[in-house]
Ligand binder design. Structure first.
Ligand SMILES: NC(=O)c1ccc[n+]([C@@H]2O[C@H](COP(=O)([O-])OP(=O)(O)OC[C@H]3O[C@@H](n4cnc5c(N)ncnc54)[C@H](O)[C@@H]3O)[C@@H](O)[C@H]2O)c1
Length: 277
């Protein structure tokens, strides 16, 4: 997909990866970029940088997502690219109280986005969905069951949409980075010194993610991996699950990641190849 003259919506566009996507899409010549975020103030700031519109939105509110799509389409024409990017990182294990909210924000928001745009895209025979998942959706997250599970669900949803609607002209890409230098990504280094040092070695800038996304969209590539090594981790997992599980336990011990019920290093689905079993 070439972004020139396209109408784009970005949820979670007020900060981090979403804001970097907005700036890059603007530089690529997008016609209109709608920045939707829980935080109306940051959404307005980013929207003014990209000559777009800003919208206060809880992406987990289905009616609000439908209303946003209607409003943007009425004002600027059909949405060419919907980036379902809003997400939250909640720590915790199976006992976490954050399961439902994490599910609603990380998964149902993407289902609601698909419900809102797919009928129009199918009718026009074109359109594109970018779902932001995470490398944690391909491998795992060390200390957060809700994050690992919901990001796997996001990958599964993207796959399903690509298979089901690909022949009707709809493009789908799934964005799966490891650590990115955003408020969410920076939180990841806070639970142990080992984790902080390790996160620093693999953290990339949001602009690098945007670069990868533009290249991935241009190729209509399903899986967009700003950290290309994640492809190898994913292959290692599929090739020998038990060996991979052993490697992940070893890596987690080495990083002194605290028990899952503590706060919040999300592993963003990593395994050093040498740590794999
Ligand atoms: N930063 C990382 O290391 C990393 C790695 C892999 C994947 N991701 C994923 O990338 C996406 C963006 O993450 P980020 O690092 O930019 O996070 P961030 O916390 O820096 O920014 C997220 C933005 O989303 C907004 N937001 C949160 N909940 C929302 C909701 N319910 N509705 C609308 N907006 C909402 C926030 O206000 C914020 O502006 C998330 O889906 C995240 O899981 C991040």
């Amino acid at each position: 997909m070439d972004l020139t003259d396209k109408v784009v919506v970005i949820t979670g566009g007020g900060g981090g990866i979403g804001a970097a996507l907005a700036r890059r899409f603007h530089a690529e010549g997008a016609r209109h970029i709608a920045i939707a975020d829980l935080d109306a103030g940051t959404a307005a700031t980013v929207a003014s940088e990209v000559a777009g519109s800003s919208h206060s939105l809880d992406a987990a509110d289905e009616q609000a997502v439908a209303d946003l799509v209607e409003k943007v389409s009425a004002a600027h024409g059909p949405i060419d690219l919907f980036c379902a990017n809003a997400g939250i990182a909640t720590g915790g294990d199976v006992f976490s109280k954050e399961w439902q909210r994490t599910w609603d924000v990380n998964v149902m928001s993407q289902v609601y986005a698909a419900r809102a745009v797919i009928p129009g895209m199918v009718a026009r025979g074109e359109g594109y969905l970018l779902l932001t998942a995470s490398a944690a959706g391909l491998t795992t997250s060390f200390d957060s069951a809700p994050y690992a599970v919901t990001k796997h669900a996001s990958v599964a949803l993207a796959e399903w949409l690509a298979i089901t609607y690909g022949d009707q002209g709809i493009g789908v890409s799934c964005l799966a980075p490891q650590f990115v230098d955003t408020p969410m990504g920076r939180l990841a280094g806070e639970s142990s010194e080992g984790a902080a040092a390790w996160v620093q070695t693999i953290m990339i800038e949001p602009d690098a993610v945007a670069e990868s996304v533009v290249a991935g969209l241009a190729d209509k590539r399903f899986l967009i991996l700003p950290h290309p090594e994640v492809a190898e981790y994913f292959q290692n997992k599929a090739a020998d699950y038990d060996r991979w599980l052993g490697g992940m336990r070893k890596l987690s011990r080495g990083l002194s990641v605290p028990p899952a019920s503590g706060a919040s290093v999300r592993g963003e689905g990593t395994a050093e190849p040498e740590a794999q079993g």
